[in-house]
Design a protein around this ligand. Structure first.
Ligand code: DGY
Length: 325
């Protein structure tokens, strides 16, 4: 008799090619609406699914997991970040968690580099001036930004994405500095000619551009606090394509308004999809709607990772991207 296919519940619309493949492989229940599931739908999902495929817009917290049925054995998130998932509780309840690392690295690094280039050169302001037909002509002293060539980039969190950003920034003539829990291997430091700063505070005080690449964990919540932001130079810039919670947004908005920081490029926010109104009004920012990894290729790669994780797990093996508590 044919083996029963596992019931896989997917919380958001995924690329067509991924949905098709999932339907072939599993008993798949898709969310065709591309709206986040309601809490009631999520509860129903954890009560019935063998495998749940959430995304970063779903809160898979202990309250939800406590309602999961015995059959739920795998949460295979369609995301790199797992800060929306209570991995400890999942583990205690015997539920494996997997994510999609690696395949978003280059796309997110490209978007970060775009912000590192665009913010000091005031791209958002320039575009607005042209769009609003408010350009009265070229002037030697008008719309001046800062060059990044020859400047210092401070990478906070030198994992895959931080390293990929550093490679790009080096090619643009920036010197590379980083703060990380551990030093990266010597060959990587040598390749990037990177300087390691054990003290984040000391690094922040010396950088021209700071780029955030650490995950959001209880330990990194508001890592860039009001006190730390104040250590940065008034003519420096901050870029965040990681998680909004890592920066104290209110403090950042206050400092931008006061001219105590030159500008910010933010792809992520503390309360997405809400954007801090003070930041939204600031002329010194370039704000994007969490699209750092948003490429067609990247989303398909993420979906393929999800499928491989589910398939490997269902075949009785350890999935390649298991997230440990
Ligand atoms: C992730 O997968 O964690 C990214 O933030 C998506 O852009």
């Amino acid at each position: 008799m044919a083996k029963k296919k596992p019931l896989v519940v997917v919380t958001r619309k995924l690329p067509d090619v991924i949905e098709t493949r999932m339907r072939e492989l599993f008993d798949t229940r898709l969310n065709e609406t591309d709206q986040p599931m309601t809490q009631a739908q999520l509860v129903d999902a954890v009560k019935t699914a063998d495998v749940l495929v959430p995304t970063l817009t779903d809160r898979i917290d202990s309250a939800l997991l406590s309602q999961a049925g015995e059959q739920l054995k795998l949460v295979a998130t369609f995301a790199n970040g797992v800060d929306n998932i209570d991995v400890d509780t999942a583990n205690t309840r015997g539920i494996t968690v997997t994510n999609t690392p690696g395949v978003l690295t280059e796309d997110t690094a490209d978007m970060t580099m775009a912000l590192i280039l665009a913010v000091p050169r005031r791209l958002a302001e320039g575009i607005k001036i042209v769009e609003e037909d408010a350009w009265s002509g070229w002037s030697p002293t008008w719309m001046l930004g800062h060059r990044i060539w020859g400047k210092r980039l401070g990478v906070v969190g030198m994992g895959r994405i931080g390293t990929a950003v550093a490679r790009r920034a080096k090619a643009f003539g920036m010197s590379i500095h980083y703060h990380n829990r551990r030093r990266v291997p010597a060959p990587v430091e040598e390749e990037l000619e990177a300087t390691y700063w054990e003290s984040l505070d000391q690094m922040l005080a010396r950088m021209d551009v700071v780029s955030i690449h650490c995950p959001h964990t209880p330990g990194t919540f508001h890592l860039l606090s009001a006190r730390r932001l104040k250590l940065m130079k008034a003519e420096s810039y901050i870029v965040n394509t990681a998680r909004g919670e890592v920066i104290d947004e209110n403090a950042l908005a206050r400092m931008l308004d006061a001219g105590e920081l030159a500008g910010a490029g933010l792809d992520v926010f503390e309360h997405e999809p809400a954007v801090n109104p003070r930041l939204a009004k600031s002329p010194r920012v370039l704000l994007l709607p969490h699209m750092g990894s948003a490429t067609i290729e990247g989303r398909i790669d993420m979906g393929e990772k999800v499928i491989i994780n589910i398939k490997t797990f269902m075949d009785g093996h350890r999935p390649p991207d298991r997230v440990l508590p």
